[in-house]
Design a protein around this ligand. Sequence first.
Ligand code: RB5
Length: 145
Amino acid sequence: MILALGCDHGGYSLKEAVKNHIRENYKDIKMVDLGTNSEESVDYPVYGKLCGEAVASKKADLGIVFCGTGIGISIAANKVKGVRCGLCTSVEMAHLTKQHNNANMISLGGRTTSPELACRIVDEWLKTDFEGGRHQRRVDMLDAE
Ligand code: RB5
């Protein structure tokens, strides 16, 4: 499984924490880090789009994006057709965005979510299955837009 990662300066440190967590705990996940790679100010739309395109084109199976709040970069990722990026601030949101939205990306806020919570959110999203059924119809409607 290939996981793409992208962030701006506000999400850089959380991206590094999540990257380490995944490297240590998921031997079957190959990560592709699309940057940014420092706390120097950059524009989140660039990295949201880059990561979204990696997922939409199937170069990556899933993606995680990070900015200060997770909001701006999730908006950018969601502009790429085929991306369903859920902003997660709790483990429950991570569970539901996979179960109901079949989110192929999540976003996290480096200034709003602790590394410990972020890693639990990622674990929950990775282990949860899409429920299908009535949710499949709704996801199909999203992807048809
Ligand atoms: C950058 O200062 C900040 O605006 C960005 O990281 C993010 O929070 C935007 O939604």
